[in-house]
Design a protein around this ligand. Structure first.
Ligand code: TIU
Length: 265
């Protein structure tokens, strides 16, 4: 395996599996200087990159986001930023996790009935499970597992053993195995990117924090159909001294982490 994985074997961190408070040896932390609201201590070997719902249904014309009247191109600027960070993470052995919003069937999904078929449901033909045609001509059922809309966009396709969380809710922790997986891997810190900032990214970030994880949300690695919501969500996360966590930019992470990794070896 790569450098970091080898290092894990040599420098074991102490992790309280059954606690919501994680403790580590101080020497394994690095301090990121350019995070908001203040520098963030990050244990390099216990940090994962978590990419939320970078799938066709939110990013591609013809998908769920588009047919609900949103401009999906407002999300596209984050793709190259996430590609860079993803490449960096893969090259340096950081754990990478992807989430996908997907529903087995209308009947079995955990999503609130009123959003599916009730007062908050979109018009007929634009609901979860309905058939749509994506911009490349592919037909599929909206947000239904294994259909095109639930595939991650090709620029960020998961590779090898990268863990994929299929979720039905807005939080990646809701009725999923993510918490168990992270504990098994001794992950205590999450770098979070994806779409949309104020919906699944924010809900997951808050839930992660409530589950005991420290989080850092990527300002240029998350996006919303409503740029003002994106900005306010990032502000909220880092407000009050980091009430939910930290925020930073993807390039800050790759610059600082690569300098640090080079120094370590
Ligand atoms: N992934 C995610 O954020 N799901 C959404 O439904 N987002 C919207 O902004 N609608």
């Amino acid at each position: 395996m790569n450098k970091i994985c080898n290092n894990i074997k040599n420098t074991r961190q102490f992790f309280l599996l059954n606690s919501r408070i994680h403790t580590f040896q101080n020497k394994d932390y690095i301090t990121l200087q350019n995070t908001k609201p203040k520098p963030m201590k990050m244990p390099l070997y216990n940090t994962a990159l978590l990419l939320i719902d970078m799938q066709h249904d939110f990013l591609t014309k013809g998908g769920f986001g588009d047919i609900l009247g949103n401009d999906v191109t407002k999300l596209h600027h984050i793709i190259p930023n996430l590609q860079n960070l993803l490449n960096f993470s893969r090259n340096n052995g950081l754990e990478v996790i992807h989430t996908i919003e997907s529903h087995d069937s209308i009947c079995n999904t955990h999503i609130h009935r009123s959003k599916l078929i009730g007062d908050r449901a979109p018009p007929l033909g634009k609901r979860i499970g309905d058939i749509t045609t994506y911009e490349n001509g592919t037909k599929g059922r909206i947000l239904i597992k294994d259909y095109y809309g639930c595939q991650i966009i090709p620029q960020l396709t998961p590779i090898n053993n990268e863990y994929i969380v299929n979720k039905t809710g807005k939080s990646a922790f809701y009725k999923t195995n993510l918490d168990n997986y992270l504990k098994k891997k001794n992950i205590s810190h999450l770098i979070i990117g994806g779409v949309t900032t104020e919906v699944c990214v924010q809900t997951t970030s808050r839930d992660a924090n409530d589950h005991g994880y420290e989080i850092c949300v990527l300002e240029d690695g998350c996006a919303s159909y409503f740029p003002e919501y994106h900005k306010m969500t990032c502000n909220m996360i880092a407000s009050q001294g980091g009430i939910v966590g930290w925020t930073t930019n993807t390039s800050n992470l790759t610059n600082i982490l690569s300098r640090r990794i080079n120094l370590c070896y």
